[in-house]
Design a protein around this ligand. Structure first.
Ligand code: DC
Length: 426
């Protein structure tokens, strides 16, 4: 599994320098996505292709070869086998690149290339849309920002050092224009990803920014290490079974003291089934797990396993951690394995607590597993207020056969499950 750090933000925030340092510190492959758009721009300039000439641009994209190679311990950019590391930073390219990168065909082609470059590797990728579009599931997402004046000042000093003669006002206007263009792109516009850490570097030194990002990366790596432990398919041992029996009995007693549990219906004593219930409280999964003779392998969002005690319980009850908002192939494989072993799989099709109440569309994961694993679904309705000594009702329905449903009408299969669950919550 690769580790991806996404560094997004407007021009002049120090992304390039920070990315360079972090890539060396954590041994991550550095991918400067801006350089790929710069290569296309340079190729267009070299071939005299105008921004409106879409057919010629498409042809150019078919044949373009962009590579990032290490030469004397330094990463260099190659366009059609020529080292263009310096050329792509020219004023001519810089002026045009934002417009070029707005062309849909260019974006599709470059995003495909960027994803390919990162395939199976540990990378740090710098750009505008990495955390939002290129790798929305990146492990670490940083949005680096800074005041416009400060960014222009930095560029001005950089240019002066390189001997490029450009006034401060000109640079400021250029950056402003690029910002506007980058933020209004139809695809891959510059914006803050919902789950990104925003770092404002206006008053911070590079060292400070690197320190903050390093801390975020170290934390994430630690989290992943913990998760990897639980992702390992654990073998059932007599000792684990024994501990689970004891823990189950203790927690069941505690549950019975806290709530008055009323159960109707039951789960068949043998065979693989998917148990689908509504999700109103964190304690509803516990009710199903504790008040069943058989082990129910519940699917739960992976963040839950970050808590030490839940991590341990998750292990003991063979819970399956799942990444939210994405297709988690690893988790799906584990679910199918549970079913293949003739065990019970527990899923909340709502995907979140009180999804039905909030009128949210249920997820198709349970129906998908049932169809793929060729097993029946047992709908369960739970209701109660989960206040001390209040009643908690667990109503098991009759197993639903999803035979005949396919990927094409999976929404209907999910609706069938949900309507049965709804009936059982009355
Ligand atoms: O980071 P840079 O200045 O080298 O980027 C060059 C241009 O490419 C910039 O105007 C924005 C665009 N770009 C983009 O649209 N998406 C990216 N992921 C990276 C850069």
């Amino acid at each position: 599994m690769s580790f991806i750090v996404a560094i997004d933000g407007p021009a002049g925030t120090g992304k390039g320098t920070v990315t360079e340092i972090i890539s060396k510190k954590f041994k991550l492959l550095k991918i400067d996505t801006g350089a790929t758009y710069r290569c296309v721009t340079l190729d267009m300039i070299n071939k005299n292709i105008g921004i409106e000439d879409l057919d010629k641009i498409k042809d150019l994209l078919k044949n373009i070869k962009i590579e990032m190679k290490m030469v004397d311990k330094e990463q260099r950019v190659f366009l059609n086998n020529e080292d263009v590391t310096e050329k792509i930073r020219s004023e001519e390219v810089t002026k045009l690149v934002s417009q070029v990168s707005s062309i849909k065909e260019v974006r599709y082609s470059m995003v495909e290339l960027q994803r390919k470059m990162a395939e199976g590797k540990d990378v740090i990728m710098e750009g505008r849309d990495i955390g939002t579009y290129v790798f929305p599931t990146a492990d670490v997402k940083i949005y680096l920002d800074a005041d416009l004046d400060e960014r222009a000042k930095r560029r001005f000093l950089q240019y002066r050092e390189k001997g490029i003669n450009m006034s401060y006002v000109e640079i400021l206007e250029n950056i402003k224009k690029r910002d506007e263009n980058d933020r209004s792109k139809e695809i891959g516009a510059l914006k803050v990803a919902k789950d990104a850490e925003v770092i404002d570097s206006t008053t911070k030194s590079i060292k400070q920014v690197v320190r903050e990002i390093s801390a975020i990366i170290i934390n994430k790596k630690e989290e992943i290490k913990q998760l990897k432990k639980i992702y390992k398919i654990r073998k059932e041992t007599p000792w684990k079974k024994f501990v689970r029996c004891i823990v189950k009995a203790v927690l069941r007693t505690a549950y019975r003291i806290a709530f008055r549990v009323k159960i109707s219906g039951a789960i068949p004593e043998e065979g693989a089934y998917i148990i689908c219930c509504n999700h109103i409280n964190y304690l509803d999964a516990a009710a199903i797990v504790l008040f069943n003779k058989r082990k129910v392998n519940f699917v739960a969002k992976e963040d839950l396993f970050m808590h030490r005690s839940l991590f341990w319980l998750g292990h003991l009850f063979d819970a399956i951690p799942i990444k939210r908002n994405m297709q988690d192939i690893e988790a799906m494989k584990r679910c199918l394995k549970v079913l293949k072993n003739g065990e019970l799989l527990g899923i909340f099709p709502e995907g979140t607590r009180k999804g039905m109440e909030k009128n949210m569309k249920a997820k198709n994961g349970a129906a998908f597993m049932a169809i793929k694993g060729k097993v029946k679904v047992i709908p369960v309705g739970i209701h109660g207020i989960f206040k001390p000594f209040s009643k908690v009702y667990i109503n098991y329905g009759k197993p639903l056969d999803l035979n005949g449903y396919t990927k094409e009408n999976i929404d209907e299969a999910t609706e069938l499950i949900m309507s049965n669950i709804k009936e059982l919550t009355k």
